[in-house]
Design a protein around this ligand. Structure first.
Ligand code: NAD
Length: 240
């Protein structure tokens, strides 16, 4: 039996792309899953395909109340998670001249506000449980600027900052907080919308990155924290 069997993972943005791949890998390891996404139908369909104990919560993570209600449901129904992976994001490229405040807020809220609300909700339960693991999906946009990423880029930078603070505050409580950047072009709906044809020639199945997420779930309490990890490189190192 897998060492992760029966342990609970919360994964946001699980309806498609990388989040879906992580959910499949965790299900194969026998983990119990709480899957959050705004795409309710896709989420339900995935849950039917996964042969594991699985709670799906349809939620718009750009909305604070919806996000709070979703994680409250997860904590009530599944208890304190072994690992929280905040993977949901939205990238719509728009220049400063084009973007409106409401569009900016939506992207920032999904990426950064939800990271805060979800982490805050599990923080005390993880302290009470003796520790835990929190992961935010970052990006090259978490450390560099890109034209027309007026919302996505600062939000990803914000996640990196939140990770650094929470890793320090979490250290005495054995709560590990890390960010993960894909590190390789991945074949996901977000990529299909944004990659050049050249990049699409090189993209890999997001399942190729899942060993990194299994590795993070396997970290002992008090393990790896405060790091910005490269999922592609880490997956090559730790293997399937
Ligand atoms: N695709 C890439 O090349 C790439 C590169 C760097 C980082 N990332 C990051 O990896 C993660 C996964 O990316 P992906 O390519 O699988 O993206 P994707 O767009 O294919 O999937 C994102 C998921 O987030 C969900 N989501 C979007 N808005 C939401 C909302 N308001 N509420 C709840 N859920 C919502 C979507 O429904 C979807 O299931 C993201 O954090 C992304 O920023 C991706």
């Amino acid at each position: 039996m897998s060492d992760l069997a029966g342990k609970t993972a919360v994964i946001t943005g699980a309806a498609q792309g990388l989040g879906r791949a992580i959910a499949m890998a965790y299900a194969q390891a026998g983990m119990r899953l709480a899957l959050l996404d705004v795409q309710a139908d896709k989420l339900k369909q995935l849950a039917q395909e996964l042969n594991t104990d699985c709670l799906t919560v349809a939620a718009d993570l750009s909305q604070a109340a919806d996000t709070q209600a979703a994680i409250d449901t997860v904590l009530r129904e599944m208890g304190t998670p072994h690992i929280l992976i905040h993977n949901a994001a939205l990238l719509i490229t728009r220049s400063m001249q084009q973007i409106q405040l409401a569009d900016w807020q939506k992207e920032v809220n999904i990426i950064l506000q939800a990271a805060f609300i979800l982490s805050k909700a599990v923080w005390q339960p993880m302290i009470d449980a003796g520790g835990g693991r929190i992961v935010y999906l970052s990006s090259g946009s978490g450390i560099r600027g890109f034209v027309e990423e007026v919302a996505y880029c600062p939000a990803k930078h914000g996640q990196e900052g939140l990770m650094k603070v929470l890793a320090m505050e979490g250290q005495p409580f054995k709560i590990a907080v890390n960010t993960v950047t894909p590190g390789a072009p991945i074949n996901t709906p977000m990529s299909a919308m944004n990659y050049t044809d050249d990049l699409k020639q090189q993209w890999v199945d997001p399942m190729a990155l899942t060993p990194a997420f299994l590795h993070l779930a396997r970290q002992p309490l008090g393990g790896l924290s405060g790091e910005r990890l490269n999922a592609w490189e880490l997956s090559q190192q730790v293997g399937g």
